[in-house]
Write a protein that binds this ligand. Sequence first.
Ligand SMILES: [Zn+2]
Length: 97
Amino acid sequence: MWPSRRRTETVTCLACGDQVRRSAAREYDKYGDRWNREDKTFEHCCKACHRELCHLPRNELEGLLVDLEAGRHDTDAFLDAYLTEVERRYGRLEEES
Ligand SMILES: [Zn+2]
């Protein structure tokens, strides 16, 4: 049933594994859709890890990875190509302030 309101609810950050207060965590949806809440359970990130995340939309990621032949090049070559292509398509990455 519902947890008692007095108990501090904690969640586990999916990136670093820290236990953080639910109220101090950020919801994370692997599809990048935090707005549609129906029939969903969210995973959570602590604020520090959430800040590290890339906030670009992900709905074209699959196609981008195919275009770049992900998995066929070594990691460094792939990352170079990936960053170049992302900048070409979406512009420079902006840091969230
Ligand atoms: Zn974390």
